[in-house]
Write a protein that binds this ligand. Structure first.
Ligand SMILES: NC(=O)c1ccc[n+]([C@@H]2O[C@H](COP(=O)([O-])OP(=O)(O)OC[C@H]3O[C@@H](n4cnc5c(N)ncnc54)[C@H](OP(=O)(O)O)[C@@H]3O)[C@@H](O)[C@H]2O)c1
Length: 322
């Protein structure tokens, strides 16, 4: 496994981050506790030290599973990231980024993880109802209390992220060290504004759905028949195969055949080739696919392959945030 420095944190993370959204009950495509723990064990065997979960994944169960799976390992070796924003209970202060919501949710996340400190605490979305200064002061306090080591953000408009960075700098508060955004070979809208901003601000980039929720990992005509293709409503709303998407998917398949590797490896190698990307957050429910993702860190695409994959892309509607 190769390791990389996450943004300007100085913290070393594996080039593949294991996404934990598929852990815990509730949906057809998620794994139960035992299966999830086996996948986490294999990830650690393979050298993965970076895990991304959220309070909302399986309504807290993903955090519980990750925490109990890591219990048997040296905590110092693992980099654990979680998130706050989404609705966790049926009352108005169990969501959003107010001081009340963040402080309650952080305590709940640490409790479920069974940890005193989380390495990276991310805001899952922008909260239009809370001034960003309030959110940043709350996160800064959490860092000072030792509950959080670094703070990060996830999908939002670049102007919002720029405002947050400017606010933290002008008030001398902890600044967002990472951006977890929606970026893959079939969805590249982040190249317009967000990625250049992250580059300029030395913010680490950890893309979510790096395989376009599986659409970049198999021929497009097969996607609808997979469990996730049939049941993941979020996937069904994604524009991955619009514009030049089908053509890109076919080119991923063609290059995979040419190099004798999997489509997932071509799609991940394309992302890992981007200097601004630190570690894609891969989601999988299979040990074989996890191993495939780790092997992708050894694949080098030629510049001509990258150009070939990118050439059919057409602008897409924004997907993943409002
Ligand atoms: N911040 C946010 O708003 C946000 C949003 C979405 C996701 N995330 C994070 O990103 C992580 C990954 O997201 P994701 O699961 O949506 O996206 P993904 O990694 O792009 O796609 C996962 C899908 O790809 C399939 N797959 C993986 N490897 C494969 C292979 N070698 N061959 C064929 N299919 C393969 C998986 O199927 P199998 O299960 O069969 O392997 C699964 O259906 C999440 O766990 C979460 O941590 C964050």
């Amino acid at each position: 496994m190769e390791y990389t420095t996450l943004g300007d944190t100085g913290m070393e993370v594996s080039e593949i981050c294991l996404g934990c959204m598929s852990f815990g009950g509730g949906r057809e495509w998620t794994l139960d506790r035992e299966e999830s723990e086996a996948l986490i064990d294999r990830a650690i065997d393979l050298g993965i030290n970076f895990f991304d979960t959220a309070n909302v994944y399986s309504t807290g169960e993903s955090e519980e599973i990750l925490g109990s799976a890591l219990e048997g390992y040296d905590r110092d070796r693992q980099v654990v990231a979680t998130k706050v924003f989404g609705e966790m209970a049926d009352h108005p202060n169990a969501q959003g980024l107010s001081r009340k919501a963040i402080e309650q949710e952080l305590a709940n996340s640490l409790d479920r993880l069974g940890m005193d400190t989380v390495d990276l605490y991310q805001i899952h979305r922008w909260d239009r109802d809370t001034p960003v200064e309030t959110t940043l002061r709350t996160l800064d306090d959490a860092v000072r209390r030792g509950q959080v080591r670094y703070i990060g953000a996830s999908s939002m408009w670049a102007h919002q992220f720029a405002e947050a960075l400017h606010t933290s700098d002008s008030l001398d508060l902890e600044r967002f060290a990472t951006m977890q955004n929606h970026y893959n070979v079939l969805y590249r809208e982040e190249e317009r504004e967000m990625l250049p901003l992250c580059d300029r601000e030395n913010v680490g980039v950890i893309p979510w759905s790096p395989l376009a929720r599986g659409v970049a990992a198999r021929p497009h005509e097969e996607v609808a028949a997979t469990t996730r293709g049939e049941t993941d409503e979020y996937l069904q709303g994604m524009p991955y195969l619009q514009g030049g998407g089908e053509e890109i998917n076919e080119r991923v398949e063609e290059l995979a055949a040419e190099y004798g590797i999997s489509m997932a490896q071509v799609a991940l190698a394309w992302l890992l080739d981007k200097e601004r990307v630190d570690a894609p957050i891969v989601g999988t429910s299979s040990v074989e696919h996890l191993e495939d993702a780790v092997e992708a860190t050894e694949v080098d695409l030629d510049d001509s392959d990258v150009e070939y994959l990118e050439e059919p892309y057409e602008p897409l509607p924004i997907a993943g945030h409002e």
